[in-house]
Design a protein around this ligand. Sequence first.
Ligand code: NOJ
Ligand code: MG
Length: 536
Amino acid sequence: MTLATDWWQRGVIYHVYPRSFQDSDSDGIGDLAGIRSRLDYLTWLGIDALWISPVYPSPMADFGYDVSNYCDIDPLFGTLAEFDALVESARARDIKLILDLVPNHTSDRHPWFVESRKHRHGPKRDWYIWRDPSTGGGPPNNWLSNFGGSAWEYDPVSGQYYYHAFLKEQPDLNWRNREVRNAIYDVMRFWLERGVDGFRVDVIWHLIKDAEFRDNPINRAYQQGRPEIERLLQIHSADQPEVHGVIAEMRRLIERYPGRVLIGEIYLPLNRLVAYYGEGLSGAHLPFNFQLIHAGWNARTLASMINEYETALPKGGWPNWVLGNHDQHRVATRLGADQARVAAVLLLTLRGTPTLYYGDEIGMADVPIPPGSARDPWELREPGLGVGRDPQRTPMQWDESLNAGFTTGKPWLPLSDDYAKCNVAKLASTDGSILRLYRDLIDLRRRHRALSIGGFRLITTGGEILAYERFDESERFQVFLNLTREPQRIDEGADPSGASGARALVLSTHGRVERDFKAQPLTLEENEGAIFKISN
Ligand code: NOJ
Ligand code: MG
């Protein structure tokens, strides 16, 4: 067995939504100085890398995913000098810093688009996707915006439409244009030279669209009440074969800077997702794997999904797992508080790099947004469907002081009512809290190579327990997760190659309760996740 050694394979990635982590200047919006002031916490928690959502100058139509200048910092978040200070402080603590790169689209206020829009024959016209109206008039094809409505915006000056996969304020760049590619590669070099350790590339599977702009087919399985984008199957507007050539160029660029990582945001079924490792691993180091967010939460479904993923991985491709992000309802809301703890054990003991979303480690749940207070543009465009992303983007809860210690101003989104109970200060000093569980799991993973970079094998239990082994040459662990609200017995007879040797409890979501783990059959409490060390 070859053991991987890169930090992005061994380590744990922590995702911060900068608007909501820590405010340093009382404007109610988190910022870079705020993040820097909380690095001690991240060190205590034990994470290895920090990924921050975009902090570039932006009109904030999509809260920073509409970039108007790729090589600066929005004054809301700070300055380039403050950014450099963050890089330096993070490095001093051995924390890597990953930036969000948004190459699929710019803001409509980006000078490139302003120029492109000016004249039909201008030098930057081809940097974006401009098309004539269809023969009968109207948009060039049926493509839909991910936030609802047509993906085409008419520009009366030139009589053409431009394409936007997201908001009309986010025109898509034309990645078939060499100058566009080079311009974004310059941006990547700008930040790599400044010391960033890699990029999470926004909607990387969208970069190239069908050369003929064919209509997307109707999705016959569309259900009323679902977002409009689901009316069509996105087969021509994204995931085109040529995208892999682009990603390979990004990868080659990254490779010139030792120790950096290329992560791709990709929402596709498993068989399509793994293509983003690229031919001969020339693609993303880590095509984000969101399967845990969407899979049914029961042993059978998870086991087959994990198995499918492990099997589909290309040779040498390194797995990764994501439990939450700023676009998804929080894990504590999806699964409930008890299973959120089991999910933590799963995330941090699976084979592959774990990415965790700020606040999940203290069990933050979605925060209801009062009617009329929504900020997320998707919610504002398709209200009432539950697509709004504000609930999972609320301020981090640090302590029980005013606004949970997030800001002394007026927070840009409401805080959860429960912050007096659910906050870092309180949970850090509470035995058995979810925060202590996360910290213990991260620590355990760091101390045992078997758990970080070791092998993986599912154990068949035949029941409601998800079970697997992690091992290297010198150690073997077994993880048992009870995904139900009833105690469960582990049917060990179901797996003839199961444990032999003594089993010692290393960690349980239920703490170090005195129980007879040598008893047969072994029983797990309701909602219990347990890690055992096996000695032969
Ligand atoms: C994916 C980002 O994660 C999401 O927040 C954003 O709205 C879209 N890309 C558009 O950039
Ligand atoms: Mg601020």
